[in-house]
Design a protein around this ligand. Sequence first.
Ligand code: CTP
Length: 391
Amino acid sequence: TGGIACYKIPNLIRLLVKQKAEVRVIMTEAATKFITPLTLETVSGNPVEWEMFPANQFVATRHIDLAEWPDLFVIAPATANFLGKVSGGISDDLLTTILCATAKPVLIAPAMNPQMWRNKVTRRNYDYVKKELGFLSVGPAEGEMACDAWGVGRMAEPEEIFSAVESFFLKSSKKKVLTGKKILVTAGPCREAIDPVRYISNRSSGKMGYALARAARELGAETTVISGPTDLTAPNGVHVISVETTDQMAKAVLKHFPRSDCLIMAAAPADFVPETPAKTKIKKDGDGLTLKLRPTVDILKEVAKVRRKGQFVVGFALETDNDLANARRKLAEKKLDLIVVNNPTAPGAGFEHDTNKVMLITPGKSRPENLPLMSKSDLANRILDIISSML
Ligand code: CTP
C-alpha cells in the first residue's frame, strides 16, 4: 500500500526470491506513486497487479483466483488507511477485494507517521485485525521518519519482515505431535490484597508462560492458561482462566490438573500474603506500618500429592544464588520431571525481558543442561520438544 517505505520492498522481494519463494505483487493505486510496478515486476519475476478493471484484459473472477493463490499474504507497508479499510470490510480496490475474498493467513508490516500510529482509530483497527481477523504483524519500529518526526511508525526492516515470513513457514510445517494432549500452563504474577486499594505482587510479566502456551497450541495440544494479571493477549486458540490471588490459582490448578497430561508451572505465585487484609483503606498516621504475612499453599507440592503416573510436571525455579543446589532440592521436593532454572539478575534473563537464559535439570541426569541466551519463544519451543518426547 502507499507509503514511503515502499522503496524498501524490492529488497524484501529479493530476500524472498533468494530463498526460492514464488512472489507475486499486488499494489494499491497509491503504492504505484511511490515505486513503479516495473521495478517490482523485475525483482519478483512476475506480472504486478494493481488495477481492479484493467483495460483489454480478461478480468472475470481474478480477485478469487488471486485470493487463493498464496500460502501467505504480506502487506508491506501497511498504511493506516489500509487498516481502516480491512477492519471495516471495505473492498474498493484490487488488494482489499482480494483480502475480503481470502481465508489465507495475512502478515502486516504497518508503516506510518507516529501520530497516525498513535491515533485512536488506528489503534482500534490494528487491534481488530490482529485479534478478530487473526492477522500476524511485524513492527512498526521506533526511529526517524521520512517526515523528520521521531517515534514509533517506521516499517520493520526487510530482513525482519523476511524473518517473520520464515518463522511463519517454520511454524506451519511443524508436526502437530501434541494433538489429543491437554496441557495446563500457569503464567504471570499473583496479587495479594493488603487493603481494598493496595496489594503485594512481584515482577513476573507472564511472557514465559504465554510463550509456552503458544508453543503447546502450535503443536496441537488443547491448551489452558491459568493467568495472573498481565497485559498480554492470549495466543490464538488457547483457553484462558484469569485469577488474581495465589489461593485462586491453586484452586484452578487443582481443578484442571486431573484431566491434564502436563502441567507447566511458569507463574510466580506469592509465597507470603497479608494475614488479614484490611476491609477498609489503611490510613497513615505518621507512624510506620508492620504487615503480618502468612505463608501460602505451595501449588506444586499439592499437585505432587494427587498426580497420576504418566502426568508430566514442569516447574520453574527463580534463584539469585546457589541456583544448582536450590533447584535440585525443589526438583526433588516438588516431585518434578523437569525444572527450568533462571536467575533474574543475569543479563537479558528473567522478568519483562523477551529473552531468557536458563538451565534445565531432570531427575535422571547428573548434569544440568545450560542453554544460551535465547528468546522466550525459542525457549518455549525447546521445553515443549522435551515434553513432546516424554508424552
Ligand atoms: N510455586 C508454587 N506455589 C507457590 C510458589 C511457587 O507452585 N506458592 C512454583 C512456581 O510456579 C515454580 C516453583 O514453584 O514453578 C518454584 O518457585 P520458586 O519461587 O523458585 O520457589 P519456591 O518454591 O517459592 O521457593 P523460594 O521462593 O524459597 O526459592
